[in-house]
Design a protein around this ligand. Sequence first.
Ligand SMILES: [Zn+2]
Ligand SMILES: [Zn+2]
Length: 155
Amino acid sequence: MSGFSVDIASLSPGSHRIGLECEASELGLSQQDWPRPVRGDFDVQKSGDQVRVKGLLSAVASLECVRCLKTFELPVRPPFDLYAERAGTGRRRDEEALERDEYMKFHDGRKLDLGEAAREVLLLELPMAPCCRDDCRGLCPVCGADRNTESCPHL
Ligand SMILES: [Zn+2]
Ligand SMILES: [Zn+2]
């Protein structure tokens, strides 16, 4: 169970605003790549055994710029949307519902752990080729000078 879990047993039916925060390492993320606590602001809707969690994650990734190789911090705020059903209810849910919902999980009726789903959402949010800024000029391929701060005779 990660720090990103909702106590659904004590949750009354209906809609609830829930804020969660934990260290990135508790979500199975590298503390070095995610140096600050991860936060989630969710609207949790409970209806019977069905739980819907919608909201936003916020975190800060530490990335290396592909152009100048400097480490920089990138704040991310991806949307989060998860639908959970109680495991082992004996009913086979229609596949249509499984397909429709982007992320489907099962819970045990007591706690719903959002950690794994949050980790996946955050990792998907990372750019393939991170840049410290749009106009980063990168390093000179000849002498390695940082063209953002130095000038060199090559171009
Ligand atoms: Zn850069
Ligand atoms: Zn150069």
